[in-house]
Design a binder for this molecule. Structure first.
Ligand SMILES: *Cc1c(COP(=O)(O)O)cnc(C)c1O
Length: 389
């Protein structure tokens, strides 16, 4: 059975027979605006399609919203990571400590600078890089620490800040999916030297295309990232290349669309948080299941991830009743063929390995109806009770 965009809205509260992991009707309400912007920008007299006024206004809006010194829109979250590492001077001969559990760009962005990722284990409760473990991985070559906020809870940024300061290291925050999270009054992305967001469709502030944003409290880092994203030019005079850059420019149609969607972002994030709180309230304490720690400090709800002892059986059970789920990182990064050659021989990451085996993410997007959320909740509860017998 397929859920069309119309039925997803029309059946709110009365039919919950299929629960898609990602919303099938993400930009449904904004379709007319998108078409208008496409026409307006496509036929505009200035024919400005990248890095124009709209990109600048979008950057300014996010910079002000966050209280950052600079916000630089670029071509993707992955590119943002690479731009940040390059701007901080990380390159051949350097090591960067990254979590052993996480997305490929964490390791690949480091390798693309010529540096080497050193994998640290994750905290078993938050599934983010464990500061104590990360400290044991520091060597004389270590140049930076790069924790990532991947599931609901931000990494322990106060401890990473202290560790980076004590050891004279750069601190980069992969906050690609942590939009909206605030810890001790500081938004995700602004704890270290720089952070970033991803705007690819499925992310919390996704858009119909690819894009990302570097955020920083340091104007000089922002200036360097701006140059790097457009072939090393300074934005004042074209044709002069001050450093070796890349093409990581941002699209004007997307910038205009994101400006249009920005006022609704908080409500969409709040809906995700509400669904996550419902899951945690009703799924905590069930046998064989671990839910994310409750609370609101430093929380983001791009995904809602359980740890289940019988993960595959739970997944099959949910699938049989029409609930789509996702396993984000089925293997640790050092176990991925691409990155094994760079993993420290003999090192182990037991918590990352355990989480890779047990994690299961439930749908948590803002388009879910209450009935769909209840259907997911009831199915997980029924499975846990059945498994106990
Ligand atoms: C999605 C993601 C990225 C990469 O962002 P893209 O825009 O897809 O390149 C980086 N880090 C994390 C934790 C992500 O979830």
């Amino acid at each position: 059975m397929t859920t069309t965009s119309d039925t997803a809205t029309a059946t709110a509260g009365d039919r919950a027979d299929r629960v898609p992991f990602f919303p099938p009707d993400l930009f449904h309400e904004d379709r007319e605006v998108l078409l208008r912007l496409l026409y307006e920008i496509g036929t505009g007299a200035d024919q400005k399609f990248i890095l124009g006024d709209r990109t600048r206004r979008f950057e300014d809006a996010l910079r002000e919203r966050l209280g950052a010194a600079d916000a630089v829109a670029c071509s993707s979250g992955t590119s943002a990571l690479h731009l940040v590492l390059t701007a901080l001077g990380i390159g051949p001969g350097d090591e960067v400590v990254v979590p052993a559990l996480g997305c490929a760009p964490l390791a690949a962005a480091v390798l693309h600078t010529g540096a080497v990722p050193v994998f640290g284990d994750v905290d078993p409760a938050t599934l983010t890089l464990d500061p104590a473990d990360a400290e044991t991985r520091i060597t004389p070559r270590t140049k930076a620490l790069m924790p990532a906020h991947m599931f609901s809870v931000m990494a322990d940024m106060p401890r990473f800040t202290a560790l980076a300061a004590a050891r004279g290291l750069r601190l980069v925050e992969d906050s690609a999916v942590a939009q909206g999270a605030v810890l001790d009054g500081t938004p995700a992305g602004l704890w270290g030297d720089a952070g970033l967001y991803s705007f690819v469709q499925v992310k919390s502030f996704g858009m119909p295309g690819e894009g990302g944003l570097v955020v920083t409290r340091d104007e000089e880092t922002g200036r360097r990232v701006r140059m790097l994203r457009n072939h090393g030019q300074d934005g004042v005079q074209r044709g002069l290349h001050h450093t070796i850059g890349v093409n990581s420019r941002f699209d004007e149609i997307q910038a205009a669309f994101q400006l249009h969607r920005l006022p609704g972002l908080d409500a969409r994030l709040a809906r995700r948080a509400e669904i996550a709180a419902h899951y945690t309230e009703h799924l905590t304490g069930l046998p064989g299941l671990t839910t994310p720690p409750p609370g609101t400090e430093g929380r983001c709800h791009y995904v809602y991830t359980l740890l289940a002892d019988d993960r595959d059986a739970l997944r099959d059970h949910l699938s049989a009743v029409g609930v789509d789920t996702h396993v984000y990182y089925p293997r640790t990064l050092p176990e991925q063929t691409a990155f094994t050659p760079f993993a420290t021989p003999g090192a182990d990451w037991p918590h990352a390995r355990d989480a890779a085996r047990r994690q299961l993410s439930l749908p948590v997007h803002h388009r879910l109806t209450d009935a769909q959320v209840e259907h997911v909740t009831a199915t997980v509860r029924a499975h846990a009770r059945r498994a106990r017998r």
